[in-house]
Design a protein around this ligand. Structure first.
Ligand code: CAA
Length: 296
């Protein structure tokens, strides 16, 4: 029937033209993953300085992948050749998939989705957010096509962690979630899970209270940061302890995620420790700023 042919056509949709908004810690990693998977990628940034920093982040990570034997020099070159940078979001007009990875600020993200809605011409394009804990529905409602909006949430470092959370809002078309899931599995070679549009989705709903508990333990003077980390690494076979992981995730990201989980659920374990706020005010943001709980 015409309908089944139509469905087949939809499921065969090949996503080749992609974009990432923001080239910070997560945006750069996601852009790298897309480019290594053969996609054409445009990275949209706010300034020439931000473009230079984003490009340097991606080049550094690709060089590390080559050094670790994960990638050949030729593959790294090919990935770089698939990446373009712009400071004009209008350049994303022909994209089939856009992943927003701007700062965790709701107003900024809403404004970006409203702009994407104006500039992206393909009505079947998928507009995704990599937010770690903000409601996807609010970004969906900033567009005229909320059914095409969902969360595609990567884990840090994106080139290394296999997991991707596919987050459907109450208005996401199930076919959009299916297309995103197939893309993440078959093109990116990552492991997707389906999550609901609830604070922290699956992983951060569990991880953030754990990180906050570790920081409270440190704040209360019950153990040193080294011993807390050693405890979880040597006792539970985690690749890194919670204090070092908070630094890797970013102290600001931990604070924003904790605030949004705590505000919406009242989960006392997610109540942001005061120390997190003070560290953010002090610019001690973890690995990305050179100093958090540890120095880098
Ligand atoms: N590109 C490709 N591969 C890379 C790479 C890169 N840039 N950098 C490292 N790798 C690979 C290495 O080759 C190595 O692979 P093998 O194990 O196959 O040899 C592996 O990644 C580990 O790398 P390293 O040996 O260099 O480093 P490490 O052993 O010190 O591990 C780590 C570093 C990957 C960060 C590891 O400690 C780890 O997985 N930590 C936990 C991280 C985590 O929990 N992340 C989730 C945070 S939560 C989040 O992100 C969600 C949110 O919204 C807040």
């Amino acid at each position: 029937t015409a309908e089944s042919e139509n469905n087949e056509e939809k499921n065969d949709m090949v996503i080749a033209r992609t974009a990432v908004i923001g080239s910070g810690l997560m945006g750069a990693g996601i852009a790298e993953v897309l480019a290594k998977s053969g996609c054409d990628v445009i990275v949209s940034e706010v300034s020439d300085d931000a473009v230079a920093a984003g490009r340097a982040r991606i080049e550094k990570s690709l060089a590390k992948a080559v050094e670790k034997g994960k990638l050949s020099a030729a593959e790294s070159e090919a990935a770089l050749s698939r990446l373009r940078f712009t400071t004009d979001i209008a350049d994303l007009a022909d994209r089939q998939l856009v992943i927003e990875a701007a700062s965790e600020n709701e107003d900024i993200k809403k404004a970006i989705f409203a702009q994407l809605d104006e500039v992206v011409t393909d009505p079947t394009a998928i507009l995704a957010s990599n937010t770690s804990s903000m409601p996807i529905i609010r970004f969906a409602q900033a567009t005229s096509r909320p059914e095409r909006v969902l969360g595609i949430h990567f884990f840090n470092p994106a080139p290394v962690q296999p997991l991707v959370e596919i987050v459907s809002s109450v208005l996401t078309d199930p076919e959009v979630a299916e297309t995103a899931t197939t893309f993440v599995t078959e093109v990116l070679g990552k492991a997707p899970v389906q999550a609901s549009d609830r604070p922290g989705f699956i992983v951060n709903a569990l991880l953030i209270p754990y990180l906050c508990s570790a920081i409270r333990m440190l704040e209360a003077g019950l153990a040193t940061k080294e011993d807390i980390d050693t405890g979880m690494v040597k006792g539970c076979a985690h690749p890194m302890g919670p204090i070092a992981l908070a630094d890797l995730v970013g102290i600001d990201t931990c604070l924003f995620a904790a605030e949004s989980i705590y505000t919406e659920t009242g989960d006392p374990a997610a109540k942001p420790p005061v120390l997190l706020s003070r560290m953010v005010d002090a610019g001690l943001l973890g690995v990305k700023s050179g100093r958090g709980f540890y120095e880098y």
